[in-house]
Design a protein around this ligand. Structure first.
Ligand SMILES: O=C(O)CCC(=O)C(=O)O
Length: 276
């Protein structure tokens, strides 16, 4: 993570890493999703709650279990668990020994899909699992999201959005802002191309705008925590098939929470286990 990238993450609470996946890798991921498209579960209209500006005519789609799919379908997603382009960012943001906290989940949105009211953990209280702190010359984050993009999101399409800088907020976010009904000029819709990766701290107030594009939105969210911290209990135990045939590096990321001092396997910046 360059000094400029650290600066941008520190002031904004997120960063977009461009062109992590090649066109061919994006195509393979999409092919695997298409093969399981009948398992996409479309929600009721509930995520926009009583917002007048986030409502839609159809619910958000969710698809889980990708990491345990039969081969070759799971392979593109398993390669994302400890991806060499992303590991250095997670080392800086979460520290060595970071771990996968939630099972990976795909978000899909078709034209007319509703948005999601904004949420995030900064202010007014301190959330010991989802936080952003700066101390002793470096940042410290709790739960952090790595969102892989398999479709383009252009200006005006909708989808993921956030309030830049809100990870440092101290006062509660006004309810009308969480509903995207006021102060919209401070809310940023994040544009990205298929193959890009958006990384953000859950401390940042974020949500989803209704999807306006003709094509389907596809974002796969991995959530990571520091080495000895857990938010979710997904690892108790990981579902059947999740641990089969993992590389030692992927296995290291799926370790339960415990201290790095206790022989925790730690990847280097290239995403490898020394000696493996
Ligand atoms: O639309 C997005 O990517 C944000 C999703 C989100 O924040 C959530 O599911 O909690």
């Amino acid at each position: 993570m360059t000094e400029v990238e650290k600066y941008l993450f520190d002031i904004n609470g997120y960063i977009v890493v461009r062109d992590v996946l090649s066109e061919e890798e994006v195509a393979k991921a999409n092919e695997a999703i298409d093969h399981h498209a009948d398992q996409i579960r479309e929600r009721d209209l509930s995520l926009s709650r009583d917002s007048t500006t986030l409502k839609g005519v159809t619910g958000r789609g969710d698809l889980g279990g990708l990491l345990a799919w039969e081969r070759p379908w799971r392979d593109p997603f398993r390669a994302m668990i400890a991806h060499p382009r992303i590991v250095p960012y997670l080392h800086e943001i979460l520290g060595p020994g970071f771990r996968m906290d939630h099972n990976a989940g795909l978000i899909t949105m078709r034209e007319g899909a509703e948005g999601h009211t904004f949420h995030g953990s900064s202010g007014p209280g301190f959330d010991p699992h989802q936080y952003y702190l700066f101390k002793n010359g470096r940042m410290h984050n709790g739960l952090t999201v790595v969102s892989w993009q398999f479709a383009d999101t252009n200006e005006g399409d909708g989808g993921f959005c956030l309030i830049p800088g809100s990870h440092k907020g101290n006062y509660p976010c006004p309810p009308e802002m969480k509903k995207y009904e006021q102060h919209q000029e401070f809310i940023k819709q994040i544009t990205a191309r298929a193959g890009d990766v958006v990384i953000f701290t859950e401390a940042t107030t974020h949500g989803t705008l209704p999807w306006k594009a003709k094509h389907q939105r596809r974002s796969l969210l991995f959530r990571y925590s520091p080495n000895c911290l857990a938010y979710a209990k997904s690892y108790l135990p990981w579902p059947d098939g999740m641990l089969d045939d993992l590389t030692p590096e992927q296995q290291a990321i799926l370790e339960p929470p415990y201290h790095t001092r206790l022989d925790r396997p730690i990847l280097d910046d290239a995403g490898r286990l020394p000696g493996a």
